[in-house]
Ligand binder design. Sequence first.
Ligand code: NAG
Ligand code: NAG
Ligand code: NAG
Ligand code: NAG
Ligand code: NAG
Length: 349
Amino acid sequence: PPVPLPFIPYALVTVIILHIIVAVVYCRTKGCSLTDRGQTLSITAHRGGSVLLPCSCTELRAKPETFTWNRYNQNWERISSESGRYRNRVQLVNDHSPGNFSLLISHLTEEDGGEYECDAVSSGSMVIRLTVEEPPVPLPFVPYALVTVIILHIIVAVVYCRTKGCTLEDHQQLEGVTAYTGGSVLLPCYCTDLQSRPRTFRWKRHNSWEEISNKSDQYKNRVQLFNDSSPRNFSLLISHLTKKDDGWYRCTVDGDGSRDIRLTVEGCSLTDSGQTLSITAHRGGSVLLPCSCTELRAKPETFTWKKHKGWEEISNKSEPPVPLPFVPYALVTVIILHIIVAVVYCRTK
Ligand SMILES: *[C@@H]1O[C@H](CO)[C@@H](O)[C@H](O)[C@H]1NC(C)=O
Ligand SMILES: *[C@@H]1O[C@H](CO)[C@@H](O)[C@H](O)[C@H]1NC(C)=O
Ligand SMILES: *[C@@H]1O[C@H](CO)[C@@H](O)[C@H](O)[C@H]1NC(C)=O
Ligand SMILES: *[C@@H]1O[C@H](CO)[C@@H](O)[C@H](O)[C@H]1NC(C)=O
Ligand SMILES: *[C@@H]1O[C@H](CO)[C@@H](O)[C@H](O)[C@H]1NC(C)=O
């Protein structure tokens, strides 16, 4: 008996084909429904840039019969790339999807801010609120500026450290230093900035520019420095001053210039010099013979007291005067006695 098998596939194929036809027709006629139908989106863009206002059907293959993009300006005005404010600035971009009718606006201005409507008539409409902001500072500029600032800082720091060195105290008011013979004097020289690095320095005398140290004959064991305890203090202490120390001194700090100091050494000049004083005293008493320098701080290198008649020096060491006439008498007596004894001895012999 004939198997009715071939009949079934035909029916099945027919049913499938019918389903496909129905599906195609259904999809065609289903049309478009906007993704954000009836909603309002907010979008922010930058002045001078461009913005994409999205609007598409949920089913990208579906295409609404008609749609328009409108801008609200008292009432909804249609946006056209052919005329008006958006001429040559708007473009529909859709990635070849008929259901995508997103709008790209370029060269944005502040006036482009406002409400836009994507109106697909029966498929619905949606509103987009566009805000146009000032463009941000171009990003690459910030790192460059930062790098520039950092480099400038480094340069400034290096230059600052170079020049920081030592600034010698400038004693404008100090025209010179006065000291007295026999005394000592501090010739000041130091860095005003205590943060500066210690430097090497030298002290010199003007007439010879010979370096002053314990080794030089004139200042042997008379000079003292303080840079051991305070490295930025180059002051020089000279003791046991003499008139020969009078003159200009120069403190030179390596790489930071120098400083000149005039040292005046005042010696002793006697009060009543060249005059004769008369003083009366009593036998058995004592007397003070006055003699002093006009400047009591000045000390003469040497001084002596002498007495008239040969100007013999007076000191505790000088012998007390022996009564001279006594010696010859005794001597003469002894000699005469010797002679007498000798004569008497010879006679009796
Ligand atoms: C519509 O097209 C634009 C431009 O190519 C694209 O950025 C956007 O993602 C598309 N929308 C959808 C829903 O695919
Ligand atoms: C010079 O010699 C004196 C005495 O010996 C000493 O006190 C002083 O520190 C020395 N000065 C220097 C700069 O060496
Ligand atoms: C002090 O200064 C003298 C002379 O410049 C130098 O020889 C010595 O090394 C210095 N001392 C210190 C501690 O810096
Ligand atoms: C330098 O040292 C001397 C002696 O110690 C001191 O008298 C003087 O004040 C010091 N100068 C400074 C600026 O510290
Ligand atoms: C001399 O001797 C007296 C008494 O011993 C003493 O008071 C006086 O200071 C001495 N004078 C000198 C210059 O040494």
